[in-house]
Design a protein around this ligand. Sequence first.
Ligand code: CP
Ligand code: NVA
Length: 304
Amino acid sequence: MTIKHFLQFSDFSLDEFEYVIERSRIIKRKFKNYEQYHPLMDRTLVMVFEKNSTRTRLSFEAGMHQLGGAAIYLNTRDSQLGRGEPVEDAAQVMSRMCDIIMIRTFGQDIIERFAANSRVPVINGLTNEHHPCQVLADVFTYIEHRGAITGKTVAWIGDANNMLYSWLQAAQVFGFHVNVSTPAGYEIDPGLVKADNQRYSVFSNPSDACAGADLVTTDVWTSMGYEQENAARLKAFDGWIVDSEKMQRANVDALFMHCLPAHRGEEVSAEVIDGAQSVVWDEAENRLHVQKALMEYLLLGRLA
Ligand code: CP
Ligand code: NVA
């Protein structure tokens, strides 16, 4: 049997996402009703963190516990990964002792090498290039609030980072459009976007990118691993704040999303993130529900 991984958004078909989204709805309802649901009894998730996290750790750990399984946290500092054990060897060993593995690391190549040597499914909990679990939660959140995302317009204001590349893949899978505005010098790396992706347009003016959008979203100007560039980025991103003025260019019922953590006054104004159009807390909560559905699917396949 071939093992299914979730290393980037494009690893799943539309049909698979539709299934996972439906399961997320069911699993969320069970959780809200305090209904016990333990399909992953005796299964173990190993979570490897090479970067900081609040939401990803909490949602995977609590999620596995709620599904009847156990979760083990490893980080670079106190595992052998920090002392140079090859990723391929770590994958061989870890995947003989557990049922599923989530990794947050630096380069996408690291998780790809890990998965190639793993006997069990591997989930990307964020790399420099992708953050597919977050965009899955975001798409689910959009659908919960507004119905189908197909045919809609998403405005991405800010850095061409892991979140954007996952949004661009999601746009191809679900058939929506992304208006992208990044400052000069921080544009999309064409090497990280499929050549046939026609689902996005580039705008030099961030306000123009918001015009007619159904969803406006942004992220930190400096992602983890790029901290040495922070001062230069603060200067370059001046003007790329999502504020009320930009939200007014979007459709009247547009939502605002941010994967969090956020910096009020940098990429988003307090008025917007704490305002009526913002669904950031739903987005964060939905990490829990969609990842439970994702783990269920990767381990048990489609339930009849
Ligand atoms: N959004 C997100 O992945 O948050 P953490 O870095 O806290 O996990
Ligand atoms: N783009 C951000 C997302 C954090 C959840 C980062 O990679 O740091």
